[in-house]
Design a binder for this molecule. Structure first.
Ligand code: ZN
Length: 286
C-alpha cells in the first residue's frame, strides 16, 4: 500500500521536475561591448524554445537556401530539447492558418487567458504586431538593412513573400504548440509556469527581435530570455554599410543583441555535439 502511494506520488510530481541544463550565457557590457560569460543552470520544465519564422520558402533565394540548410540540424536540436522536457513553440508568422486543424495550433488557442504584466505591443508591421527598435534599450543596428537585406550576388531578389507554412524538415510533435500571437504565447507560458524563453530561427535583425512572441516583447514581459546564436541568420546585403561579408554582418547583429537585449547560447548545450556552421561561411574563425 505504501509502495502504491509512493508510485502515485511520483507519477503526479515527476512530470513537473525537469532536467537541470548547464548553460554558458554570453552577454556583453552595455557600454563597450566586452564579452561576459556566465555559467547558469536551467530547469528544462520551466524553459520554452520558440522557433521563429522558419518558413518553407523566402523571397530572397540566398535566405531560403540558408534556412533549408539550417532546418535539418535545427530539427535535431528541437528533438533533443523536447526529450529533455523543454516546451516547444513553433512560430511561423502569418502562415498559422495552414495549421488550423492541427492539435499544436489548437493547443495554443485553447490555453487559458492570462493577463500580461505590461501591455503587449500593438504597433503593426507586415500584418502582425511588432516591437520596433527601442532607443531606450539599444543603439541603431550595426548594419544597414533598410533594403531588406537580399544577400544574393548580382541581380537582387524581388520582395514577394512566397511562404505558405513552416519548413517541412521541422517536425511537429504531440505536446508542441504553434502560434504567431503574443497573447497566445503568454497564455501558454503562464499555464506551464515557464520563466525562461529561448529563441532560434530567422532573421535575427528583424523577426527574432521584433515579432510579438520574440526577444523585445519577452524582455518587456520580464522573462529570462536567450537566443541560440548558431541557430539564427540575418537579412544583410554585403553591398550596404558596413560593407562586410554576410556572416560577419550577422555576427555584428548577434553582438548587438547580446549587448542591448539578452544573452546568447550555442546549440551544443542542448545537442551535446557541435554548434551549427553554414557551409557558405568560409571564414577561418568566428
Ligand atoms: Zn536574394
Amino acid at each position: 500500500m505504501r509502495l502504491l502511494s509512493l508510485i502515485t506520488f511520483l507519477a503526479m510530481h515527476l512530470p513537473l521536475i525537469g532536467e537541470s541544463l548547464s548553460v554558458i550565457l554570453r552577454t556583453r557590457n552595455r557600454l563597450n561591448g566586452t564579452v561576459i560569460e556566465q555559467n547558469t543552470q536551467w530547469d528544462t520544465k520551466k524553459t520554452a524554445l520558440i522557433i521563429c519564422d522558419m518558413w518553407d520558402d523566402h523571397w530572397c533565394k540566398s535566405a531560403a537556401r540558408r534556412v533549408t540548410e539550417l532546418a535539418g540540424p535545427m530539427n535535431e536540436m528541437i528533438r533533443k530539447a523536447r526529450s529533455k522536457g523543454i516546451f516547444i513553440i513553433h512560430a511561423p508568422s502569418s502562415v498559422t492558418d495552414f495549421y488550423k486543424s492541427y492539435p499544436q495550433r489548437q493547443l495554443a488557442q485553447s490555453a487559458p487567458f492570462a493577463k500580461t504584466p505590461v501591455a503587449l505591443t500593438s504597433a503593426p508591421r507586415w500584418g502582425t504586431a511588432w516591437c520596433w527598435t527601442d532607443p531606450k534599450h539599444e543603439r541603431v543596428l550595426p548594419v544597414d538593412d533598410s533594403d531588406m537585406g537580399c544577400s544574393c550576388v548580382g541581380k537582387k531578389c524581388e520582395i514577394i513573400p512566397p511562404w505558405k507554412r513552416q519548413h517541412a524538415l521541422i517536425e511537429l510533435h504531440e505536446g508542441d504548440a504553434l502560434t504567431d500571437d503574443g497573447q497566445e504565447t503568454w497564455n501558454l507560458l503562464t499555464a506551464r509556469q515557464i520563466d525562461t524563453v529561448l529563441l532560434c530561427g530567422v532573421h535575427l535583425n528583424m523577426c527574432v527581435l521584433g515579432r510579438p512572441f520574440a526577444i523585445r516583447q519577452q524582455v518587456y514581459l520580464g522573462k529570462k530570455v536567450s537566443f541560440i546564436r548558431d541557430m539564427t541568420d540575418s537579412m544583410y546585403n554585403p553591398e550596404r554599410p558596413p560593407g562586410v561579408d554576410h556572416f560577419t554582418g550577422h555576427d555584428l547583429i548577434i553582438a548587438h543583441v547580446e549587448q542591448h537585449w539578452c544573452p546568447s547560447i550555442t546549440s551544443d548545450v542542448i545537442t551535446g555535439t557541435k554548434p551549427f556552421h553554414f557551409q557558405e561561411d568560409t571564414r577561418l574563425s568566428k
